[in-house]
Unconditional design. Sequence first.
Lengths: 141, 392
Amino acid sequence: MEPTLPLPVPQPNADSLPYWNAARERKLLIRKCNACNELHFMPRHLCPHCWSDRLEWVEARGTGTVHSFTVMRRASHPAFGPLTPYVVALIELDEGPRMVTNVLGDDALSVQIGDRVEVTFETRGEGAMLPQFQRTGEAAR
Amino acid sequence: MKTPHSLKNKVAIVGVGESDIGRVPTMTGLGLNAQAARRALDETGLKPSDIDGVLTAYSFTEPYFMLGSVMCEYLGIKPRFSASISSGGGSPAIMLKHAAEAIASGQAETVLICAGENRATGQSREAALAALLAVGHPYFEQPYGTSIPGFYAMIAQRHMHVCGTTREQMAHVAVNTRSHALLHPNAHMKKPVTLQEVLDAKPIADPLGMLDCCLISDAGGAFIVTSAERARDLKSRPVYLQGIGEYHTHEHLMCAPSLTEFGATESGRIAYEMAQLGPQDMDLAELYDCFSIVPIIELEELGFVKPGEGGAFFAAGHARIGGKLPINTHGGMLSHAHAGAAGGLFGIVEAVRQLRGGLGDRQVKDAEVALVHNEGGILSSHCTVILANERG
């Protein structure tokens, strides 16, 4: 058994600092463009739809649907080794943008495309919190 | 949108080369590139000093700054046209496009394109895994333990959900390419594999198992591009560029516009339009196959079959040499070789060889026109190439 390594801690930068600060308060933020009203997830200096820099942070409802997922049998990094098998999923937020997270919870391995999920927050050292999702409802099986 | 200036029949590939492939601990990555370049040049009868353009890609195992210049320096070439292109697996076809544009506009006459790395022996197992697995957005994907196989697994899962593609159909892709690799004297994999062995292989990221994933090889590949006029005077049989197109939609999976529609449809459309040909005119296809789901998607996007029919095409054996459309006749990245950008480059090498003819059991009968598709990232950067011999 390899020694347990710490899981990666979120690394804020100038684009994402408000996102990670909000996560510490258990809030999931996304970006809204006040010129074209489009929403996007990965924070940027300008809107990827219209290039306006009139952007604001808005709090997402924190609910969404599993767009796709995989059960990771082989860890990408030794720190994740003890967690295998674990679920990585592409979550479609109810607002539209998609984000990659894990699906956590005792029933995570039975996740299916279309399952309803809600945000939760995982502590990752130094007070940092990582947005994660857990299942709240099943897609029609 | 403006139609690109046509490159049809402006340039030809006149030399192709592969390095020794597999585990080659006696050579560096640059050495593998040089060996492949020399073999490609030897086919043409040209001298190293005839090369006035050099394009290469990137290297994980030998991550030099300015790899293009480093490659020229290593080869002793002083070109008037050089760059290193970092578009992942899409790089080789994109480099061909840049070379063709440079030759067509007179900026270069004879361009060497090479890529490859010593991925199998040039780095520790840990470093290899770290490089291959710990990809993804550094701030928004990697903290979740993502991996390249994991991203493609999510694409496969979605394709299965939306299109009805099955795990067995994907396994057929791996079996198909392995059967072709056994006909190639330089392929990394030498033993046959059964459908059941693919299905039972060590699981990596559901639904992908080890044999759904590309190899980790020491390998370099190279080809020489020159003008169609000059190609006629060389000792090798030229293969002419008919059409080429690229399209880029995203880099990270979280930003992909769709998990079932990618950029190959548009890169293919541009290439077909330039070539004035369609999928029905292709005698074979060399499709990027970093994971078994990928050629299924490309087959659909490039118009060979309808959406959702790619998996059944492979399962029915239509992609075998002798079938309706032989695919990855060298064994692809699943069974011939994969070493960085060399993986997709070998698809170009193989298409050229098929169009020249004389490959024995591996030869696609009467091959005149071939399609090659490269993609990089997570089905992010696409480039489609159509090549033909003088009959095509």
